[in-house]
Design a protein. Structure first.
Length: 174
């Protein structure tokens, strides 16, 4: 299949955290808009003609880099939605390497520094978002974790088509 869709790069959460995020997403994301699983976006929209290059780059980074440590920091207010706030300087460093590699091909949104998060609710009323945030704040407690893998998806407006997944295998730096 010839690539004709925008490419999305994500960082994969460890299974227990992904399961919790996915459960929250199924419970609170409007079902008619919930086409993709819970995820943390690294880059939102690379052009489809760089798919082979992206696959090579992500494979090399995951092979060389240790699993980036991260922290679930709490709840993030998205205005008309709610997300799990994530802190990870190590993932931001990897993201910067990817962005530098694809310099000149990034959308305006991908050129800025992201606020790392996993969306569990979006495109709801402000009142609905605030209510969920109030309900989740006492139960979403800070915790440490490490990202499991980098992944590449093709996006055509509906469910993603997986284009590759690369588990982190590099040695931990001392």
């Amino acid at each position: 299949m010839a690539p004709t869709a925008a490419l999305v790069i994500t960082a994969e959460l460890p299974a227990p955290l992904h399961g919790r995020a996915e459960g929250l997403r199924r419970a609170h994301y409007p079902p008619e808009r919930n086409h993709v699983p819970a995820h943390l976006t690294v880059l939102r929209a690379l052009p489809p003609f760089v798919e082979a290059e992206a696959r090579d780059l992500l494979a090399a980074l995951a092979r060389e880099m240790p699993a980036p440590p991260a922290r679930l920091a709490g709840i993030m207010d998205l205005g008309t939605g709610t997300a799990l706030a994530i802190e990870s300087p190590a993932l931001l460093e990897i993201r910067a390497m990817i962005a530098e590699h694809f310099h000149g091909m990034l959308t305006l949104q991908d050129q800025g520094l992201p606020r790392l998060h996993v969306t569990v609710q979006n495109k709801v009323t402000r009142a609905e978002a605030k209510a969920l945030q109030a309900a989740l704040r006492p139960v979403i407690l800070p915790e440490g974790f490490a990202f499991a893998a980098l992944a590449l998806q093709r996006y055509r407006g509906g469910p993603w088509e997986q284009a590759g997944r690369w588990p982190f295998r590099g040695r931990t730096r001392r």
